[in-house]
Design a protein around this ligand. Sequence first.
Ligand SMILES: Nc1nc2c(ncn2[C@@H]2O[C@H](COP(=O)(O)OP(=O)(O)OP(=O)(O)O)[C@@H](O)[C@H]2O)c(=O)[nH]1
Length: 483
Amino acid sequence: MSNNLSNEIWRNLELLPFCVLLYDANENIFKVNSQAQDLFGLRNKSHFNKIDFSHITLTNHHSKKELLVEELFFDYFTANNQCQFVLSKQVSKLLLNVKFAKLPNSSSIIIIDVLNNNVDEQYDFDNIISNISTDLIDIQNDDVDKHINYALKAIGTVCHADRSYLFKFAEDGKTINNTHEWVNNDIQAFKEDLQNLPKSDLPYFFSLMARTHLFRVNDVTSLPIQAMSEKTIFQRQKIKSVLCIGLRYDKELVGFIGCDCVVQKRNWTDLDLIRLRLVGEMLANAFKNLNYKQELQQAQQQLINANHKLNKQVNTDGLTNIANRRCFDQTLKCEIKRGARNKEPISLIMCDIDFFKRYNDNYGHQLGDEVLKKVAKALHDLCKREGDLAARFGGEEFSIILPAVDTDHCQRFAVLIQEKIAELAIEHNFSSASNYLTLSIGFYSLIPNQKTTPKEVITNADIALYNAKEAGRNKIASFKKTD
Ligand SMILES: Nc1nc2c(ncn2[C@@H]2O[C@H](COP(=O)(O)OP(=O)(O)OP(=O)(O)O)[C@@H](O)[C@H]2O)c(=O)[nH]1
């Protein structure tokens, strides 16, 4: 490549809006445009030698291998003419996209595009954002505060703020509450003072928020005259710069998150805004999910309660509030099967109020109902073991299922029933059996087998009850098989 040609190419190249370096093989010199000189901290010269780059190393962004800048010009690029490198500066790391082109006569050009101003910070923020979004996806009510505080600390730190916070509008829509706050070391917290704050105290702030969902002030002292109220509040909190973005829930503004700088002013960057907006959107989505989840849980609970109530209703006798015939039938069927499986006894007691018709006729139907309730409660209270069931069989007749109870045990239980009814001491002057209300009790105890049917068990207990009645009432009779 002739000198003239090389110079001509360079005149065009050096004007590109990138960092450009050219190696002129003829002269064995390097040319570096002003952006590239700035990037590598080189002194302004018309051309450079290898030695001028000897202090500059780059790190391959993917392989993490280090190399000297000069190596880029000589056989570094083979298959791919483009690669990303990290250049470590004093306080930051820059991500560079480096493109390589060969010229005739072993000369070559390097064009560098600075992709990111601080690789570490971006990397940290990406990590934080990915953590926050993972945490917020499955947010539960009891750890919501932890995640919000983490998000606020993250956004406060990456935006170089001294304080970050979340405000939510109260239900009346007229006041706001500072629900969460992060403050940097030695920075005063204000959360407690910022409860039930009338929106009307910040008219300028909220008019901007309503229109743009954004409030970005680099220098609080430069706020316009309409923002007098805001200025006073900000200055009381020693705020020098403030950046807030609105939180929307179904397009409606429900609050805002923001950052303050207290120690020194900050010219908020577009990146600060993008980051704050990202965190704000994630929080707003999380609140939305949480709300849906809560509504769903409430609906599920209501359904469970309604089901429970319905289940109770269909299985409960309306007057006496103990198990009804339906529940009795189902339970007896199950317990017979269980007894057959486990080869365990089961007892069924049928009991009937003596001369109840006379009671009704003389004391009235209403008092009759009260008696039924008292007897039902007494029987229910006696059923203490799990699996025992007292039910209203129909009219003034009650039944009790006693799993794992044999004849002797059931006889003792029947006596307990009589004692309990006697304790009630319900006057019945029209009974031929006693002056007080009494029951006739019949029971059937058996070890069921696969063929045993509920019908057969009920019939036998009923026969025993009939025998108790026949024996003069207020009696206990057990069913005995007549072969
Ligand atoms: N108050 C009230 N009475 C009821 C209810 N269900 C049934 N009865 C009454 O219970 C009475 C049962 O009468 P009977 O079957 O003749 O029997 P009893 O008078 O108790 O005579 P024994 O059983 O032979 O001692 C009837 O008068 C029914 O009206 C109810 O829900 N409330």
